[in-house]
Design a protein around this ligand. Structure first.
Ligand SMILES: Cc1cc2nc3c(=O)[nH]c(=O)nc-3n(C[C@H](O)[C@H](O)[C@H](O)COP(=O)(O)O)c2cc1C
Length: 168
């Protein structure tokens, strides 16, 4: 059944973002960043977004504890980052040290150089099946000039040339 759902959903094109949070449990703040395509806009007023994570996700554990996270929406040039941040936590940490980023002013989470970005605080969560849907309130956000997005479709990454011609 799960296989059947994946077989169908692979035809649904999504954007790709990286989500960040941190853990202070070791006494030193450790940031983590994962590639995610379950981002959904939920509400405009208040501004709410949702993400879904595997119930046993290590990243989710940190996110639930910190109560804050960042979302960086990737453009087509960021396929290497999308691949790097889909690996295990140790590999993700090594990749982050080599990836240009800054810390969000409101929450201190990592933000990458991205087409659009948001800082979120925990609003609600729903355990559904083998995943947890996390709802976040957007407390800060920004975007850059539109560039071609990174797209995930049929198990692979793709880019899209944006039509730059303006309508008369
Ligand atoms: C395109 C793409 C989209 C992904 N989307 C999600 C997602 O929405 N939720 C999720 O839990 N993992 C998603 N992953 C997997 C994560 O990037 C990462 O591998 C996983 O969270 C690692 O598990 P951990 O948190 O236990 O270390 C995605 C991976 C790729 C390549």
């Amino acid at each position: 059944m799960n296989q059947d759902l994946r077989t169908v959903m692979r035809h649904f094109a999504t954007g790709v973002c990286v989500v960040s949070t941190f853990s202070d449990s070791s006494g030193t703040r450790e940031h983590d960043v994962v590639t995610v395509n379950s981002l959904t806009s939920v509400s405009l007023d208040p501004a709410l977004i949702s993400l879904c994570f595997r119930l046993d996700s290590r990243f989710l554990k940190d996110l639930r504890e910190s109560g804050v996270w960042g979302v960086s929406i990737l453009c087509g040039e960021s396929e290497a980052e999308a691949r790097a941040f889909a690996r295990n936590a140790e590999s993700r940490r090594a990749s982050l040290s080599e990836t240009p980023h800054h810390l969000g002013e409101r929450t201190g989470v990592v933000l990458l150089e991205a087409a659009g970005w948001m800082e979120c605080t925990f609003r609600d969560e729903l355990v559904i099946g083998d995943h947890v849907m996390v709802i976040g309130e957007v407390v800060e956000l920004g975007s850059r000039d539109a560039r071609g997005p990174l797209i995930f479709l049929q198990g692979g990454f793709h880019t899209l040339e944006l039509e730059t011609a303006q309508l008369p």
